[in-house]
Design a protein around this ligand. Structure first.
Ligand SMILES: [Cu+2]
Length: 130
C-alpha cells in the first residue's frame, strides 16, 4: 500500500513538472526596436469599406527605411477566413501604402512584414474599424 502511494506521488509530480514546463515564459526581448511603424488610415478613423492604409517606416534612429519589401496582411480578430494580404506600394520617404476593403467593422489585426537585405521584421498592429 505504501508503495502504491509513492508511485502516485511520482506521477503527480511529473504532471506538475510538465505543466510548469509548458507554461514557461519566453525570454523577453527588451532591446530597442529595429523598426518603427506609424500607421495612418484614410479615411481616419478607419471605416468599413474601401480604405487606404499608410505606413511610415523608420529605423531605430528615426531615419526612413526605403526600398523595403513591405507585406501587409489583415485579419478580423474574432473570425477566421476574413483575412486579406498584399504588398504595399512604396511612396518615398519611408512611406508605404496599400488599399484594402474592410467588409466588417470591429477589431482587426494588421501584420506588417518589413524585409530589406538582412532585415526581416514583423509587427502586429491592432486596427479598430468603425
Ligand atoms: Cu468578420
Amino acid at each position: 500500500m505504501r508503495k502504491f502511494i509513492f508511485i502516485n506521488m511520482l506521477v503527480l509530480l511529473s504532471v506538475i513538472l510538465a505543466a510548469c514546463g509548458s507554461a514557461a515564459t519566453p525570454a523577453e526581448t527588451t532591446s530597442s526596436k529595429q523598426v518603427n511603424i506609424a500607421v495612418s488610415t484614410n479615411p481616419n478613423p478607419a471605416m468599413q469599406g474601401d480604405m487606404e492604409l499608410a505606413l511610415i517606416i523608420t529605423d531605430a534612429n528615426g531615419s526612413p527605411i526605403e526600398g523595403a519589401k513591405v507585406d501587409v496582411s489583415v485579419d478580423h480578430t474574432d473570425m477566421t477566413g476574413m483575412g486579406m494580404s498584399g504588398l504595399a506600394t512604396e511612396q518615398g520617404g519611408g512611406k508605404y501604402s496599400i488599399k484594402a476593403n474592410f467588409s466588417m467593422s470591429g477589431n482587426w489585426t494588421m501584420t506588417v512584414y518589413v524585409r530589406k537585405g538582412e532585415l526581416d521584421y514583423k509587427e502586429d498592429i491592432r486596427l479598430s474599424v468603425q
